[in-house]
Ligand binder design. Structure first.
Ligand SMILES: [Zn+2]
Ligand SMILES: [Zn+2]
Length: 369
């Protein structure tokens, strides 16, 4: 075999290796600083062990194909509609089955959880990082929530806006929730659940320093619900961590270092959204068109999310209005009429597809040199 052919075969084997390896690796959704990660997580998932339609191993395979970093299996403790076929005396069983389908050396993680399923108040409460789900089964929901806390679980309020429990779709605190928050028994709240976003839940999160969460609450198939083959994605909670260990993840959850990714919308506290924007929208060096006073600068979107920006500054653009769209994983050129030649410029923007508080978007000023 000649040298060129041998090289071709080596290249082909390398290419196949990359494809196979990529098949099992985490997907890149958002860029981060060095020694930091935005973990992609879904902390609210059902299987046939409660009222979902698939076996737990399918949940793992979905997450693997979508490239998530971590999922929690959170079956309804009390609502077991398949129990004639799947008696499920051990409420940890779904988590055990899911864990067994994780391959050796794989980065994807599964953690144990439960959904404490009650009328409002308190409604449905998830606990993740539980050690023994069976011990959470009690006649009253408060004892289950206290037990979850005893197991050092992270506890959050699911779909507080659910129209089966809040006819007007408005999330609001009852005395029971205030008690849970005051006693530090409740740590987070879903601002996004399945296909809904709740501005009122976001306000509750900000007012009470609860962690902002978004989950799929998937019962069917994520491919069908979120059109993943067409480029969609399930609602996720992105968690800012120093390393990918479970301990770091748990710590960051309790510290509220999250951004929710829902369709093309990013929801989170200002400081976390600011770092995500700084890490993903990158301006190139300043240049001027030859002999002109028109600045030409490249803007790169490193993320898998498209962005819409509104420019708020004094200048105008040569080829576009002050509303700028930049697709996922792409570069665009901005020509800015600066009147005088500048070696440094600040460009204030409103990032239109972000939410930092009810009806508030993120303001971000890029400094270009
Ligand atoms: Zn629920
Ligand atoms: Zn649920």
């Amino acid at each position: 075999m000649c040298k060129i052919q041998t090289q071709k075969y080596i290249n082909l084997i390398f290419f196949l290796f990359v494809i196979i390896f990529k098949g099992y690796s985490q997907k890149f959704f958002f860029s981060s600083d060095k020694d930091q990660f935005w973990l992609s997580t879904d902390l609210h998932i059902h299987s046939v062990f409660s009222d979902g339609n698939v076996w737990p191993s399918i949940r793992v395979e979905e997450a693997r194909r979508e490239g998530l970093d971590l999922i929690a299996i959170t079956e309804h403790l009390e609502y077991q509609p398949h129990k004639e076929d799947i008696p499920n005396p051990d409420r940890n069983r779904s988590f055990i089955v899911a864990s067994e389908s994780i391959k050796e050396g794989e980065e994807l993680r599964v953690i144990n959880g439960s959904e404490i399923t009650r009328e409002m108040p308190p409604g449905h409460i998830n606990a993740v990082f539980v050690k023994d789900a069976n011990l959470l089964l009690h006649n009253d929901s408060l004892s289950g929530i206290k037990e979850a806390n005893k197991q050092d679980a992270f506890v959050f309020w699911n779909h507080p806006n659910w129209d089966e429990q809040r006819k007007d779709g408005i999330a609001r605190l009852d005395l029971f929730h205030e008690y849970l928050i005051n006693e530090k028994l409740l740590h987070g709240i879903e601002v996004v659940n399945e296909t809904t976003y709740s501005e009122e839940a976001l306000k509750i999160a900000l007012d009470n320093n609860l962690t902002i969460l978004g989950t799929s609450d998937i019962h069917g198939l994520t491919d069908w619900e979120h059109k993943i083959p067409l480029g969609g994605h399930r609602p996720m909670t992105l968690v800012k961590v120093k390393d990918k260990s479970e301990d770091s993840f748990k710590k960051a959850l309790f510290e509220g270092k999250t951004v929710v990714w829902f369709k093309n919308l990013l929801i989170g506290k200002e400081e976390h959204l600011k770092s995500l924007i700084r890490q993903n929208l990158i301006f190139g060096p300043l240049k001027y068109l030859d002999g002109k006073l028109i600045m030409k600068v490249e803007l790169t979107n490193k993320s898998m999310n498209p962005f819409q920006l509104e420019y708020l500054g004094e200048f105008s653009f040569h080829q576009r209005s002050n509303i700028i769209s930049i697709p996922a994983k792409s570069k665009i050129i901005l020509q800015i009429k600066t009147r005088l030649k500048k070696s440094k410029i600040s460009l204030p923007f409103k990032i239109l597809n972000t939410v930092t508080a009810p009806k508030k978007m993120l303001f971000y000023t890029f400094i270009l040199k």
